[in-house]
Write a protein that binds this ligand. Sequence first.
Ligand code: TIU
Length: 227
Amino acid sequence: MIEVPATPYPYRFPPGRTALVVIDMQRDFIEPGGFGHALGNDVSRLAGIVPTVAALLALFRQQGWPVLHTREGHRPDLSDLPDAKRARGHATLRIGDIGPMGRILVRDEPGHAIVTACAPEAGETVIDKPGKGMFWNTPVHAELDRRGITHLVFAGVTTEVCVQTSMREANDRGFECLLVSDATESYVPAFKQAALDMITAQGAIVGWTTPLSSLVAAVGASEGKTA
Ligand code: TIU
């Protein structure tokens, strides 16, 4: 077990059974002209965490630990898009419409891609999800069970929407979840802080949070012990 200082108390994880889950680091949320922008958000804040997410990915890759990426998006025929989701927000550009990065939130369009600095590498799992949470209508639970994963380290965007929903879904399914606090971001700073507070309240009711530096130090210390 590796122990990481965390909020609200230290998080312990078994290296062989722990996966990194990077949520929706897609151009559609991070760059102007995508879904996040169409919903009326200032998307510039989200680009700030790209180097931190890339460093977290590098840590897991160096250790040879499993990495999963999720992408929110819909089939080109929109058969997996509920009318309620398409209508929500009265946006000028809706899901499926053609924007500057191709059709908004549609699979395989330019905007649907994960930003280059966080792009999946060979052997990493990519989960396409039609909802905010990573378990709804996806094969992820079977994949995690098949690989014997019990602990999940989360990063990505946005903190209070897809990250929090996915973490809550994972928590209900029995996974021990840690969110890397500087590898996640929201369009609304107060919502990010509120999400971190709600996740860790009541003795880690949803899970733990810690900055990347604490995770890196804990992994480094554990290597020192085994050397
Ligand atoms: N709107 C918003 O904050 N987020 C989403 O719609 N999806 C994700 O968080 N990925």
